[in-house]
Design a protein around this ligand. Structure first.
Ligand code: ARG
Length: 567
């Protein structure tokens, strides 16, 4: 068995491989194998790994923990892969591997295209909902975190082995549509879209550009807020749009088309991919049958002209108000389209999991939607999960705004990051011999890395402060630092090739190289922890630690100037 750890491709982390060994010893001693869990040591001065299971095992077996630990140790000592084994405190076991064992693991790791991470089997079908940008409104920093965290999870789930469908789920069916339509009617009453008698066909060209919409929406929203009569108009327009008034639908289609083009540009600039470009509107035909079903089940009931679903449970700690399914004027709500979207996803993908990456402040909304979906039995076999994220704040601790106090547009934010990265390149005299276009591209990538890593290195639920100067630094826990480490490694490999050095077999490590192999051998743990906890920051932390370990190694060892070719 011990040689199996050395020869086969590592289908696990180093600590995972050791857990198998130690768990077997626990079993041999008549104890439960679950006590054999080995983790990287939090006291590297005492050993590379530790196992604390003897304490729990002793409690379960009503024995002395040190006695159990000594028996385990005795058996481990007969195995060839350990350089050092010791006992500490009431029964902690410290373990260190021989350099031969580490070298063998490193070779298997290098040969394994999954770098030690087992592929999940069987895969599950996962629908990821991490877009939520709204038609006719500019994308802003609120959609940034959803996109960045969601994209990281999409790649992570795919790597682990699930089937993933990423859906942008645009906001395109709510009251904001009626606000814009009624604002347009005031500005351009001549357009055929408002003439109920018009028989068509409607013009092919959009009467507005996306940029114009970005101005029209805030103006319309402010007017509706200030004037109840305007708000009433917007409500009526929304209800009529949803009921299918042809002119409104035609106008809506224009809003939709020009907005989607812009969203594709913005998400594309972030390197964020969606498999589906669906929105709230496209599930509209599913609403009526769904509502009928909920009525027939006695789930939905009338309340002051509206249709509501009471979702409170007796053991609720906080009051959960009823979900509003249909408003008095007949309009569908945000919750209604989210429910119909569940119906659609069950029909189309039949997912095992629907994961919503949406602002934590929408938690109540998702609680109401999930409860309703389960009571109505519309979620098929899907578990529904809301991964709520915190806000990106300005220095004042409030959600990030522009200097003028407005909403920061995503496009402007990205430009700001690139500019700041360019300043850093200039300051440090980096890439001065590159042509300007290529240099601009480097700045763009460095800026994007800064933005994405800053976001991903925080736990999703945490709020964090946008600190441009810190994010674009080449030192510290930043995206540019990681890029720098990766580029340095690539540069070494390229130079090695030029001087005729090719990779040979990995030899047992020198003492200073051990840390690098130990760090690499922990990668599968970081991946699986991030996957289980939906926490991409675990990978960000890992990557930063690995870059630091590499840097230490690089400073201590010759690489290109190493005279011993075999080494
Ligand atoms: N459009 C919404 C907003 O801007 C976000 C949508 C999130 N996804 C969902 N399935 N509700 O707030």
């Amino acid at each position: 068995f011990p040689t199996q750890l050395l020869r086969s491709a590592p289908m696990s982390s180093l600590s995972g491989a050791l857990t198998e060994v130690v768990a077997r010893v626990f079993t041999e001693l008549g104890l439960s194998p679950e006590f054999g869990r080995v983790t990287p040591s939090n006291r590297p001065d005492l050993g590379q790994f530790q196992c604390n299971g003897a304490l729990a095992a002793a409690k379960a077996a009503k024995q002395n923990p040190r006695a159990i630990a000594e028996q385990v140790l005795g058996r481990l000592q007969t195995l060839p892969q350990f350089r050092d084994l010791s006992l500490a405190g009431p029964g902690f076991i410290n373990l260190s591997l021989t350099d031969d064992a580490l070298g063998a693991y490193a070779r298997a790791f290098a040969a394994d295209e999954r770098i030690g991470a087992a592929r999940k089997s069987p895969p599950e079908m996962v629908v990821l909902d991490y877009g939520g940008a709204n038609i006719a409104k500019a994308m802003h920093v609120g959609h940034l975190r959803a996109a960045i965290i969601g994209e990281a999870l999409r790649r992570l789930f795919l790597f682990v082995g699930d089937n993933v469908v990423g859906d942008v789920h645009m906001g395109d069916w709510g009251l904001q549509m009626g606000m814009i339509i009624s604002e347009m009617e005031l500005r351009r009453p001549d357009l055929p879209y408002f003439d109920a008698a018009f028989k068509g066909p409607y013009p092919n060209a959009s009467p507005v550009t996306a940029e114009e919409l970005e101005e029209i929406y805030p103006t319309a929203a402010a007017a509706c807020k200030a004037d109840p009569a305007r708000m009433e108009k917007a409500r009526v327009a929304t209800a009529e749009l949803q009921q299918g008034r042809p002119g409104y639908r035609a106008l809506w289609q224009h809003f939709f088309d020009v907005s989607v083009e812009m969203m594709k540009r913005d998400y594309g600039a972030l390197g964020v991919h969606f498999d589906l470009w669906k929105g709230e509107a496209c599930v509209d035909p599913l609403i009526a049958p769904m509502v009928d079903k909920m009525k027939a089940m006695g789930l939905a009931r009338e309340d002051q002209g509206a249709l509501i679903v009471p979702v409170a449970k007796p053991d609720d700690k906080k009051e959960i108000p009823p979900l509003i399914l249909i408003k008095r004027d007949g309009a569908a709500m945000y919750s209604t389209t989210d429910l119909a979207t569940i119906v659609d996803r069950v029909q189309e993908q039949n997912p095992d999991l629907i994961l919503y990456v949406v602002d934590q402040r929408q938690h109540l909304h998702f609680e109401q939607v999930f409860r309703t979906a389960i009571m109505a039995g519309i979620n098929g076999k899907a578990t529904m999960e809301h991964l709520g994220f915190g806000t990106m704040n300005g220095p004042d601790g409030k959600p990030f705004k522009t200097r003028a106090g407005g909403v920061m547009k995503l496009q402007d934010l990205i430009a700001m990051m690139s500019n700041s990265a360019m300043e850093r390149l200039n300051e440090q005299g980096i890439a001065t011999d590159y042509d300007p276009a290529e240099r601009q591209e480097i700045a763009r990538r460095v800026g994007l890395a800064a933005l994405k890593f800053a976001d991903l290195s925080n736990h999703p639920v945490a709020n964090y402060v946008f600190d441009l100067d810190r994010f674009v630094r080449f030192e510290g826990k930043t995206g540019p630092y990681l890029l720098y480490a990766a580029v340095r490694i690539k540069s070494i490999l390229r130079k090695a090739e030029t001087q005729g050095d090719t990779p040979g077999a990995i030899l047992p490590p020198e003492p200073g190289e051990r840390d690098l192999i130990l760090a690499l051998g922990d990668l599968p743990n970081a991946v699986m922890d991030a996957y289980r906890e939906r926490a991409p920051n675990k990978i960000a932390d890992y990557a930063y630690g690995l870059a630091q370990t590499f840097s230490t190694y690089y400073n201590a060892f010759h690489i290109l100037s190493e005279p011993n070719k075999a080494l």
